[in-house]
Each structure stands twice: as structure tokens, then as C-alpha cells.
Design a binder for this molecule. Structure first.
Ligand code: NI
Length: 191
């Protein structure tokens, strides 16, 4: 039986992400940011047996690199040169674009506009990219940082429902997992 994905490509993308995220930590914790990145890749890999039609290497590389453009100095051009156009375009779709909300002042509204813009771009991307977004939100629907207000928690849960509705059809396996996480998040709504 062949490997589900190419281990050397995984190692190369993980090394790039480790270097790019460097000293960053998961918000509200001392845990290295790479913990988040590898959890997202793990969720994608767990889904792969359900998706023999997926380009597994595209999915795994996009998962490992998904926050490099949004959160580090890495550019889409850097990713194109090192990982090819398909991976770079997938990561670009997964990255919030602040210019999409350039004329919006309210911070919560800015987030909504940037999320809608990213979802629009993900809908134009291959299903593997949809799966990475589902995996990202599954990972992020764990216990929220203690400093998050009740309002922010409710908005985050509502945003997760929008992601599930918009992208869930890409993977029944990941959609079921995200739906369960959204329900379990109720326990954290009131802090
Ligand atoms: Ni992420």
C-alpha cells in the first residue's frame, strides 16, 4: 500500500513553517506556534483515507504552511518558489487580506469582512484547501484563551458555524468533527 502522502514534502514544509513561525506562541499560552500548525496537519492527515480523490501532498503542505503568509514575513512569491504555485495559491486563499477591509473601522466588523473575503477565495480553490480551513477551525475550537470576553466567544462560535455551512461539503468526515467541536464549545461560552 503506498504512503498517503510524501514524507519528504511534509518534512520540508514543516521545516519552513518552524523557521518562519520561529518564536511565535499559540495566543494565550507559552506553547510554540508550531503546535497549532502540526495539529491542523494531523486533522487533515486523519481525513485523507476518506478522500482518495484528494491530492494528499497539496493538502498536507497547505496545512503546514497555512499561517505563514498571514502571520510571518513569508510572501506568496516565497511559497511559489519553494513549494509551487498550487500550494502558494492555496495558502493565499487561507490568508486574511487586510486590504479587503481597508475602509471598515469597527474591529469586529473588519474581522467579518476579512473572513467573508477569505471564504470567497477558498470557495474558488481546490477541495483540499477547503479541508485545511475546516481542520484549522476544528483545532481552534478548543478551550478559548482566558482573556476572551463572552461576546468574542459567541462571535467565534458563530463564525465556526459559517465556516461549517460554507465549506462542510468538502469533507463529511471533517464536517462532523467540526460540528461536534462547535457543540462542545457551549461549555466555554460564559467563561
Ligand atoms: Ni491556523
Amino acid at each position: 500500500m503506498p504512503a498517503l502522502f510524501t514524507q519528504d514534502l511534509y518534512a520540508r514544509a514543516l521545516h519552513f513553517a518552524a523557521t518562519a513561525h520561529a518564536e511565535q506562541t499559540v495566543p494565550g499560552s507559552d506553547v510554540p506556534y508550531l503546535f497549532h500548525v502540526t495539529l491542523v496537519a494531523m486533522e487533515v492527515i486523519a481525513a485523507l483515507p476518506h478522500h482518495p480523490d484528494f491530492d494528499a501532498d497539496l493538502a498536507v503542505q497547505c496545512a503546514l504552511l497555512h499561517d505563514t503568509v498571514e502571520d510571518t514575513a513569508t510572501t506568496t512569491d516565497d511559497l511559489t518558489q519553494r513549494f509551487g504555485a498550487k500550494v502558494a495559491q492555496g495558502v493565499a486563499a487561507l490568508s486574511k487580506d487586510p486590504t479587503a477591509a481597508a475602509d471598515v473601522a469597527d474591529p469586529a466588523q473588519r474581522k467579518r469582512v476579512m473572513m467573508a473575503d477569505s471564504l470567497d477565495r477558498i470557495l474558488d480553490a481546490p477541495r483540499e484547501v477547503w479541508a485545511v480551513k475546516l481542520a484549522d477551525r476544528i483545532t481552534n475550537m478548543a478551550r478559548p484563551p482566558v482573556h476572551w470576553s463572552a461576546g468574542k466567544r459567541r462571535r467565534y462560535q458563530a463564525e465556526a458555524r459559517l465556516i461549517l455551512e460554507t465549506l462542510g461539503e468538502a469533507s463529511a468526515f471533517l464536517a462532523a468533527r467540526l460540528a461536534a467541536r462547535i457543540e462542545a464549545y457551549d461549555a466555554w461560552l460564559d467563561g
